[in-house]
Design a protein around this ligand. Sequence first.
Ligand SMILES: N[C@@H](CCC(=O)N[C@@H](CS)C(=O)NCC(=O)O)C(=O)O
Length: 253
Amino acid sequence: MAFTLYNAPQSTCSQRVRFVLNAKQLPFREIHLDLLAGDQLKPEYLALNPNGVVPTLDHDGQIVIDSSVIVEYLDEVEPGRANFTPRDPVKRAAMRSLMRFIDEMPAAAVRVPTFNLAFLPRFAAMSEEEFTAFAESKPLRKEFMLAMGRKGFPQKDMESALARLRRTYERMDEAIRDSGGPWLLGADITLADVSVMPAIVRMADLNRESDWADLPRVVKWFELIRAQPAFKPTYYPGSLLTERFPHLQKGAA
Ligand SMILES: N[C@@H](CCC(=O)N[C@@H](CS)C(=O)NCC(=O)O)C(=O)O
């Protein structure tokens, strides 16, 4: 079986899929897209993924899109190795509920600080016409880009994104407490943990680790996921924003 992953090193959604492929020790070929250059908007890529976003998985010619769908798919086609889906239907439903919450809350919220702090200089350097054309060409994120504009999201949008992230850390803390931990749903790591991981790594990379320092269960969870054998190969050099955007290294967040 051959897996090809269209993705980007720093893309949080891509990192979920890389983690699962690595944990299952499934060899995969990576095709890197430069998202700031607009590789995801080229017609040949849109033919694979009409949303114009990464990741996209090609499994022996079968195309699967959306990171949450891809990680569930991988557990279905390769259930034997490092399974991330509980057998018990009730627990499985709890995992999926958390995954929906994660996609709606932290995965969306994290884009605001990411764009404002890391990508903005790139957009600020474009002319208004170039920027508008770039935004208009995005099937999924057109309105998001236009709302951001070349000057970035206003402070109140940053604050509301950070508030939504804070509610995520609190939800994680409750889930770990109620399940007995150390993972969100108990003794075993599940796709819910994998889904939220990149948002937490991103906020730590943006120097915001202190935002959950008062939640020791979350602190422990973060240590534990970083110690997983799949973590290092997933976050290979170039996967963090601070590696690509040196202006972030001083802790501009
Ligand atoms: N729900 C989708 C979202 C994918 C997504 O937003 N990908 C981002 C990177 S994490 C992207 O490709 N952005 C490119 C753009 O906004 O043009 C998934 O989980 O796969």
